[in-house]
Design a protein around this ligand. Structure first.
Ligand SMILES: Nc1ncnc2c1ncn2[C@@H]1O[C@H](COP(=O)(O)OP(=O)(O)O)[C@@H](O)[C@H]1O
Ligand SMILES: [Mg+2]
Length: 382
């Protein structure tokens, strides 16, 4: 199919109403598009800035079709969305991101297998669906290792680090009781975590954003530092691999590729076919943000410039952090900007409420300042 050029004045429909949709909608509005989103939460972050929100479950095909009828192009803003529904919509309406990459990225096992099949290095892993597979997997990969649910994991949810046989009993029981499938991964003592965001058009044209260095706190992204403090060779290699993956999976839209930097080279950790938390810095520190780039890509407009305009650190604000951050605002330095997503309920300590963007060439200071954060009452249980 020849990609359609969709000019401002047209309407973009967003499946999902979270912060990624919100920031995409804000950029879209600035460019002159109308925005409709679909989300069950009537006060969704995206709905607050969109022209219209259809309040319905994301599995509601009728509701999705009613949105599709009103828009010129459909996009999704997160990957845990019903693949069947996206496939059905893509047959009748213009949904250039398509459903195939969703089916892969929703399933940790399929994602790793597909990456391996295409020649990319991933963290050593085993599928675990019963007690004996778990026992064998642990024997082969050794402690510590990381157990992850095949479906539905995000922001560290659905993960558990295993360090001893004592932990296995409860997992055996869980495996026996349900049809939960798990992936067991070797624990990687990485030198750094990095990510690369690629934008790709149906024609195969691509642009990439600068490599981001990511520091996690209890498995949730905490800080992103750009430029990443790693060698130029590793940055070039990561960018190359990210482009090769986007090409291999025929991405239209955005693809974020998360890597572990190890002594043995780069290992791909995870993929996300949408704007990524580690790319929020692009809003303030690049000429064209990841959100605008997504719109340009699906609307078939020319790519915008992606180079870094200023060194930057992004600090995620979780529910547990918000009270302290709000107290700090009157004393913010002029290099600090706040983004809040308009989430009404901040009871969840681990919910992403917003982020700070700090323009600085001294990331160490920011890392120090924001490392003393409240402990998240956290339980890494599956
Ligand atoms: N095998 C592993 N070895 C070491 N750290 C890991 C491993 N898997 C995950 N982590 C840590 O947990 C974070 C979140 O894991 P990830 O697999 O990216 O899941 P998600 O981002 O979907 O929650 C990673 O960015 C990393 O910091
Ligand atoms: Mg991840």
């Amino acid at each position: 199919m020849i990609p359609k050029t969709i000019l401002p004045g047209a309407t973009i429909g967003i499946l999902g109403g979270g912060q990624l949709g919100r920031m995409t909608a804000m950029e879209g509005k600035r460019m002159g598009y109308d925005i409709i989103c679909l989300d069950p939460n009537p006060a969704s972050p995206c709905g607050q800035v969109a022209d219209e929100q259809i309040v319905a479950d994301l599995n509601d095909l009728k509701a999705a079709i009613s949105m599709a009828e009103k828009v010129d192009v459909l996009i999704y803003e997160f990957e845990n969305i019903n693949v069947q529904l996206v496939e059905t919509l893509a047959k009748q309406y213009y949904l250039p991101q398509k459903s195939r990459i969703l089916a892969i990225t929703q399933n940790r096992l399929a994602e790793k297998q597909q990456l391996q099949k295409n020649g990319f290095s991933v963290v050593p892993f085993r599928l675990v669906s019963n007690a004996s597979e778990l026992k064998c997997g642990v024997a082969e990969l050794g402690y510590p290792c990381v157990l992850k649910t095949v479906y539905g994991g995000y922001d560290g949810k659905g993960q558990q680090v295993l360090t001893s046989d004592q932990q296995l009993k409860s997992i055996y029981e869980m495996l026996q009781s349900g049809n939960q499938k798990l992936v067991l991964e070797k624990y990687i003592s990485f030198a750094a975590e990095i990510s690369v965001i690629v934008a790709r058009k149906e024609t195969g044209e691509m642009v990439t954003y600068p490599v981001a260095e990511n520091i996690h706190r209890e498995n949730i992204l905490h800080l992103t530092i750009v430029p990443a403090r790693i060698s130029p060779e590793i940055q070039v290699a990561a960018t190359q691999i990210a482009k090769q993956i986007a090409a291999a999976f025929q991405i239209t839209g955005l693809l974020a590729v998360e890597f572990f930097v190890t002594d043995q080279g780069l290992l791909v950790n995870e993929l996300a076919p949408r704007p990524h938390n580690s790319g929020h810095y692009t809003w303030d520190a690049c000429y064209v943000s990841q959100f605008e780039q997504l719109i340009r890509t699906v609307c078939n407009l020319p790519f915008g410039a992606t180079e870094l305009l200023t060194p930057v650190v992004m600090v995620n604000i979780l529910g547990a952090d918000l009270p302290q951050i709000l107290k700090k605002i009157p004393n913010f330095q002029k290099n600090t900007k706040i983004h809040l997503y308009g989430k009404r309920n901040n009871q969840d300590a681990k919910r992403k409420m917003g982020h700070l963007i700090i323009k600085t060439d001294q990331p160490e200071q920011i890392i120090k300042e924001y490392s003393k954060k409240p402990e998240l009452t956290h339980d890494l249980c599956l």
